[in-house]
Design a protein around this ligand. Structure first.
Ligand SMILES: Nc1ncnc2c1ncn2[C@@H]1O[C@H](COP(=O)(O)OP(=O)(O)OP(=O)(O)O)[C@@H](O)[C@H]1O
Ligand SMILES: [Mg+2]
Length: 618
């Protein structure tokens, strides 16, 4: 334990203070720490007696520099204090510091039984006063120089003085070391200041680097999110394009299978085969519809709806599908959560998420559905190009299932991505959810941890946000209509030969006369030639020469009363993009005979010049 630093001397060895020589400046202080009292007297003689060592020192200086020393008495004077043990010396050094009059130099003996030895004494002295210069006084080597330096870790303020002492040497060393305290202290202060500056600068640089790294990270995340949504956008366009082509082909396949079925008897072997074709065709059509859902081109029937109600119905629907091993918790926002949405599509999307959660929970688990109103700010909206700041209804679907690793999460919204066994999942569930959410100008995000579970959050603009464009679904079809009683002449314009034939056959079978045009231009020519002989025009949207829209404009200028029905294998998006003039009815491919005929019939009914039944001309 370190001794307390209180007294400057002990009773056995009284401290002898030599008075400083007043010269208007602080007199340098030296402390001698040695258990041998005789040594103290020797030093006092050398350092404080002009007739002693100094005379010798002067003659030495003269022999070296060729002149007599001009030092004043004051410059050779010291305040000399004595301590006889290391502990005592340490206390005196502490006191001197407290008084504000520190020692410049300590003369320390190496062996001072029974207390600290020289090395320990110096170690303690430097703890109290790091600027203290030390002179080790020793008769023989307990330690080598390098051992001493190793133990003390500093050689800058240390010298060894071998006994017996040479007076001139002692005097010279004392003078040099005393002078050295000031620059040592100054340089220590400078180093400390420099260290402070370096530490501050390092901190600033670290802070700047951290800020830069965070900004870089944010940029990377944003780029990643943008890339992800652009990738899904591109896949969506591709899916939409494929669905369009597919719809045209399905129209032909389904129609011809139906024609074959109609004209064959149930006894015919081909009858069952055709039924199989129709069944498969219907599945393909459903798949195409899902693809269109992903590419955000589904016809929506949007109304103002309370999400809480949609969820209440959903839970009833989902309960039997989830089974008794999964507990459902609801935590719905207490007030209304109105959005402008297609409620049945929304319900389907949420059901897809619930079924995914069920599949992720092998054993018993928990599924929580909650709603809340949130305000998405500018910063949050930066993650999704279409998001605008404002109030949103947030629907969270959370499960305690197996969770997903990041490489799965990065693919889940892609159509046909599935980790389920072949035949178990199509990988279209979340693609549909994604497409629907986007079509509602919303946002979806997912948080998942392997072994812990998954949370999907769907944000839909709350009713305070700008209203969405409403796409009205086609009018419901009355399947029991008796088409045999209808007649008239219908112009069918389609650039696809087989599709023209399909429409022609359906219409002819229902009792219509049919005129065919292979593009928009031919359709216009036919109307201009036989204006009064045509009762309705069915125009494909995409045709060479003149598109359906362009042909319609010319036809209406020739005959403003002629009803026009548009037909598209594309999707409602085309209608929204202005390819179909506002207010015109559309029939979507693949359509059944009933779809086409009911659209034709209702259009004719609406028309004030409803046509009279005309005899069949084949
Ligand atoms: N809640 C969930 N927990 C764990 N994994 C999930 C969860 N939801 C989706 N996934 C993962 O995302 C994949 C894609 O889901 P998605 O609903 O699109 O297709 P699917 O469920 O595989 O097939 P489908 O829905 O067409 O029957 C799943 O195969 C599964 O790996
Ligand atoms: Mg699924």
């Amino acid at each position: 334990m370190e001794p307390e630093c209180q007294t400057a001397a002990n009773a056995e060895h009284p401290v002898v203070d030599d008075q400083p020589i007043a010269d208007g400046q602080d007199t340098p202080r030296i402390i001698i720490i040695d258990d041998n009292t005789a040594i103290h007297d020797d030093f006092r003689k050398i350092l404080c007696d002009d007739s002693g060592g100094d005379a010798e020192f002067d003659s030495l200086e003269a022999s070296l520099f060729g002149k007599t020393c001009s030092r004043s008495k004051a410059t050779r004077s010291y305040e000399l204090n004595s301590a006889y043990q290391g502990e005592e010396g340490y206390r005196m050094v502490c006191e001197a510091i407290d008084e504000g009059r520190p020692y410049s130099t300590a003369f320390v003996d190496m062996r001072m039984p029974p207390g600290w030895d020289g090395v320990e004494t110096i170690r303690q002295l430097w703890k109290a006063d790091p600027d203290l210069q030390v002179l080790i006084c020793t008769a023989f080597s307990d330690y080598s120089w390098s051992e001493i330096v190793d133990q003390l870790g500093n050689s800058d303020q240390l010298l060894i003085l071998r006994k017996p002492f040479d007076a001139a040497e002692v005097s010279q060393i004392a003078a040099a070391m005393t002078k050295k305290r000031k620059p040592t202290k100054a340089s220590r202060n400078t180093v400390a200041k420099l260290e402070q500056i370096v530490a501050r600068k390092t901190q600033e640089i670290r802070r700047e680097m951290k800020q830069r790294e965070e900004a870089q990270q944010r940029l990377l995340e944003k780029e990643e999110q943008l890339r992800e949504s652009q990738k899904l956008e591109a896949v969506g366009m591709l899916a939409g394009g494929i669905a369009h082509e597919f719809n045209n082909l399905m129209q032909i396949i389904l129609s011809y299978a139906q024609f074959g079925l109609d004209s064959s008897s149930t006894d015919d072997a081909i009858h069952e085969d055709l039924k199989c074709i129709l069944k498969a065709g219907e599945r393909a059509t459903a798949l195409t519809r899902q693809l269109l859902g992903f590419s955000r081109r589904k016809a929506l029937s949007c109304v103002n709806v309370d999400v809480n109600h949609v969820i209440a119905e959903l839970v009833d629907l989902a309960q039997p599908l989830l089974g008794s091993r999964i507990q459902i918790h609801q935590n719905l926002h207490p007030s209304t959560t109105m959005v402008h949405a297609d409620s049945s599509e929304l319900q389907q999307a949420l059901l897809n998420c619930c079924i995914n959660s069920r599949d992720s929970m092998d054993a018993a688990g928990e599924l929580s559905i909650s709603t809340e109103l949130v305000d998405l700010d500018e910063a949050y909206c930066r993650r999704d190009e279409v998001l605008v700041p404002g109030r949103y209804v947030c629907i969270s679907i959370s499960d305690t299932g197996c969770g997903m690793p990041p490489d799965v999460v990065s693919h889940i919204f892609e159509p046909f991505y599935t980790t389920k066994d072949v035949g178990t999942g199509t990988g279209l569930g979340l693609a549909m959810v994604y497409g629907l959410v986007k079509q509602h100008q919303g946002h979806i995000d997912v948080e998942s941890e392997v072994g812990l579970g998954t949370t999907f959050r769907i944000y839909l603009p709350a009713m305070t946000s700008p209203q969405m464009v409403e796409v009205v679904a086609p009018a419901p079809i009355d399947h029991h209509e008796d088409f045999e009683t209808i007649g008239g002449t219908i112009l069918v314009a389609d650039d696809e030969e087989l599709l023209r034939q399909v429409s022609s056959r359906i219409l002819q079978r229902a009792g219509f006369n049919v005129m065919l045009a292979c593009d928009g231009l031919e359709a216009v020519e036919l109307v201009s030639r036989k204006s009064n002989g045509i009762d309705l025009a069915v125009l494909d949207v995409m045709m060479p020469n003149l598109t359906g829209r362009e042909a319609c404009a010319r036809i209406r200028s020739i005959n403003p009363d002629l009803p026009v029905l548009f037909c598209t294998g594309h999707d409602p998006e085309v209608a929204r993009a202005g390819e179909v003039p506002a207010g015109y009815p559309i029939v979507h491919k693949p359509f059944t005979a009933e779809d086409l005929l009911s659209s034709v019939r209702s259009l004719l009914d609406q028309h004030e010049n409803a046509i009279q039944v005309q005899p069949l001309s084949t």
